[in-house]
Ligand binder design. Sequence first.
Ligand SMILES: [Zn+2]
Ligand SMILES: [Zn+2]
Length: 197
Amino acid sequence: MCEETKYCSRCDQDKPIDVFYKANRSYCAECERAAASVRMREYGRTPRGKASMALQNARKTIKKNGYEVEDNLEVDDVLAVMEFFGNTCVYCDQEIAGTMSIDHVVPLSKGGGNTKANIVVACMPCNVKKHDRPIAERFSQEKQEEVERYSAFVDGEDIECESLSAEVKRLLSGLSKAVENFSSLPDVMLQKSGLRN
Ligand SMILES: [Zn+2]
Ligand SMILES: [Zn+2]
C-alpha cells in the first residue's frame, strides 16, 4: 500500500497526507502550529494583545476562585487605562515590556469588580511581588497622583464610580479585617466611597 504524501512549502519536505490538517493546506500541521504561535507572540506584543491576554487572565482568576463579582470589563476599557498610564506599570513606572497584568484596586477576593473603575495596569513582576501589600504603599507618590487623576478621568468618562463605593461599603459591612484594608486605599477612593470627607 503506498502512502499518499504532500509537499509542505514551509519545512520544504514531502510528508504523509495525514500530518496535514486538511488536504488543501500548504503547510503541514507542525508548521501551522509553529506559525500560529509566532503570530500569537507577535499579537501579545501589541497593546491590544496585551490587554486581551490580561483580561483573559483576570477572567480565569475569577472563574478559578468562583468570585461572584461585577464583571463588565472590555478590551477597549483596558486599552484606555493603559493609555492613561502611558503604557507604564503603575508601581515601577517602567514601560510594560513583557506580560501585563490587570490589578484590582479593591481586590477581587474582597468583592472588587472587574470594572474599568476598579483596575490599574502593572507589569507581572510588580503584581506578583506587591500582591499582599496595602494598595497605598504600592504606589510611588507620583503614581498616587496619577491614580487620583485616573479617578477623575473615570468620572469624566461617566463611568459609575458608585460601583466602587458600593463595593467598599459592602466589604465594610462585613469584616473588620476589610476595614484595615480599606484604610490603606488612596484618599480619593475613600472620599468617593463616602468613608472620608
Ligand atoms: Zn511543514
Ligand atoms: Zn512594574
